[in-house]
Write a protein that binds this ligand. Sequence first.
Ligand code: KIV
Ligand code: ZN
Length: 509
Amino acid sequence: MKNDKVYIFDTTLRDGEQAPGATMTQKEKLEIAFGLERLGVDIIEAGFPISSKGDFDSVLEVAKHIKKSYVCGLARSITKDIDAVIDAVKPAKHKRIHIFLATSKIHLEHKFKKSQDQILDMAIAAVRYARKRMDNIEFSPEDASRTEKEFLYRVLEAVIKEGATTVNIPDTVGYSTPAEYGAVIKGICDNVPNINKAIISTHCHDDLGLGVANSLAGVLNGARQIECTINGIGERAGNASMEEIVMAIKTRADYFKLNTQIKTEEFYRMSRMVSKATGFLVPPNKAIVGSNAFRHESGIHQDGMLKERRTYEIMNPEDVGVPKHEGLVLGKHSGRHAFSDRLKRLGFKLNESGIDAAFVQFKDLADKKKEIYDEDLIAIVEDNVTQNKETIRLKNLVYTSGSHVKPSVTVTLDIKGKTVVKESTGDGPVDACYKAIATATKIKASLLDYSIQSVSQGDDAQGEVRVKISVDEKTVLGRGASTDIIEASAKAYIYAINKALMNKERMKK
Ligand code: KIV
Ligand code: ZN
């Protein structure tokens, strides 16, 4: 039987969200889940339902809406975790439970203080319990790459016998090398007698920067599912990046002789969506989705490109959805029809009121900026799609600043329908602005990080500000774009405060 399909299991919403500071709202998670479904992901790991009420609700919400992809929830090998997943994924058309239990010596001795036999019994009991109510079961021996081989084979054989349909082999601490990890997968294929009854999956962390290489070594040696995240986000240094893995398999089909069902043209948009929701910037040199990934600077390269693109480009930017720079996309005089048509071509499906709201912002931007690029339109839509009616909004901002003037800012905010105006001075205009917002909202936050980059090209490009703030000892990230960098700074700060408030609400439930 030809067995060249690799299943893509996305864990952006679970392992990805475990990245410090990457908390996402339920709305953002649902939006990402829709994006992943559009992308053609086979399985979406939507969360860890037992970990909080908010996580349970997010998995439930994803399960209610996603129709094509499998919706999966994570559980420890404990009955209450398994019950929580079964309840949370219940509405899904296609559902899976992912049960894990550490098997390496170091985890057994220090974390559990249990023997191998006791761990084996726990794994068997957990899968047996889940199997009574679910038929799609994935089992992960956590820290598998550092687990004694003979014990790993015993655990896998036992859980498959109990009904596990996928066995995932985590390189939990990103310690393996490609040759080693490939050998672990091959060893499993050769030594687990009933392995033909399950799909082998990879789950490689990126602590040594080898997550993608290890995952690919895994599929070359018999794995047929890869667990990964958009932009490679995840615990510590992150997980293997989906866009890199899938484009490696696609671009080097001659070598891998494998395929996925991923619609790669969605990658750019997906990467932006996740970056915005988490507040994590995509480095310019990031493979596939970084802003420099398809830019050619050297004269020799540019000359080669003009003669024949393939001299210096191994992939088509359009294949990963990088917007084409078609010069002026839209301008001040463009009408609503041209605007909504362009959004459609960029892949956005907004309802009439969504288009109206975005169009007002577009006109506002067109008054300030001559040339509106696709990236500007994407930033506008992203702002609109995720705005939350009941939260805080910036209505107006006035500031004075200069070399010999004490910076002063007046902000007008809409706080749950009430207009609040506050003024403050500060060390600089951004500082003054943040002090004014703090007084208006009565929320004490400390600014941990601030960065700015341009959204598109040209002297009048929009600035995109990212902030990391701490509210009640919890870190949240925010993002805002505008042609005015003080306004972008205010939007980013307000975005982060809104997120902190939503997190607080979520924890209260
Ligand atoms: O890295 C890991 O081991 C995990 C497991 C829960 C699969 O994320
Ligand atoms: Zn992990």
